[in-house]
Design a protein around this ligand. Structure first.
Ligand SMILES: [Zn+2]
Length: 265
């Protein structure tokens, strides 16, 4: 029996002699693996459905425990992503993160919507790429259930500090500069190594703290609606989101390394 579903291609690999295997994220069924028979042939009618970044309505049938693609129609191919190397690199990283935070058979309507919005924002250059990247990273952190508490200093509960904070990555909270100074003063007998993997502290200023808080609470369609007055503060914010995410996921992303080699700043 033929079935149809809307989804976004996040990965495609050659399979066998002439086929392709697609990983697609869908709202209701999470991640789906499709076999596209004959799709390595340039004449295959399935070819337009088999490119990464393609959001399409897929037609398929199930046989021998597999889902076989039989046809479909493309809703959006995000084709312009292919014309800008840093945008392409960031979009590839976003798809790899989407792959990481979704599972087969686990509905993920928010991840699908956010990923589509993010590809659109990158393609149309709605915001600087480091901002779009940071917002998606915070979304992934939040969706995976390990968001930090950035509302107040974990020790003195101050809610706004012009002197700035440290983001305590592994403990998921922030500590203000004044409390950090006190900690340092009291730590003469037992020095704290700020760069131990178990105790990663990333400096963030008040503006970054507010940006974290904003993105954690924002509606999906408003998630990129914030900004920074200059590049340095934006880059410091972006460093904090990447450090937090990578240390919680405990893995490397080759697409992230690629992004850092080609990004324009
Ligand atoms: Zn404090």
């Amino acid at each position: 029996m033929k079935k149809v579903i809307d989804g976004l291609v996040i990965k495609e690999i050659p399979y066998g002699e002439n086929d392709r295997l697609l990983t697609v994220i869908t709202a209701d069924e999470g991640k789906i693996l499709f076999c596209a028979k004959g799709a390595r042939s340039p004449k295959s009618k399935l070819l337009p459905l088999c490119r990464i970044f393609t959001y399409a309505n897929f037609e398929y049938y199930e046989r021998s425990g597999r889902k076989w693609l039989s046809g479909g129609s493309v809703n959006d191919s995000f084709f312009a992503l292919n014309s800008d190397i840093s945008g392409f690199a960031l979009a590839s990283y976003v798809l790899q993160l989407a792959d990481e935070i979704t599972g087969e058979g686990v509905p993920c309507p928010k991840v699908l919507q956010m990923t589509l919005n993010t590809l659109y924002a990158i393609e149309n250059k709605l915001k600087p790429l480091p901002l779009i990247k940071a917002a998606y990273e915070i979304f992934a952190i939040n969706d995976s259930g390990f968001a930090p508490d950035v509302t107040e200093c974990c020790e003195c509960n101050v809610q706004s500090s012009e002197k700035g904070y440290f983001l305590d990555v592994m403990n998921g909270h922030i500590i203000c500069q004044a409390c950090m100074d006190k900690r340092s003063a009291n730590a003469v007998a037992l020095p704290v190594d700020r760069f131990q993997t178990s105790n990663i502290l990333v400096p963030i200023d008040e503006m970054s703290r507010r940006a974290w808080q904003y993105v954690l609470c924002a509606e999906p369609k408003r998630i990129f609606a914030f900004g920074f007055p200059d590049k340095d503060t934006l880059f410091a914010f972006a460093r904090s989101t990447e450090t937090y995410l990578i240390n919680h996921l405990e893995r490397d992303f080759e697409t992230l390394k690629f992004y850092h080699t080609v990004k324009e700043e």
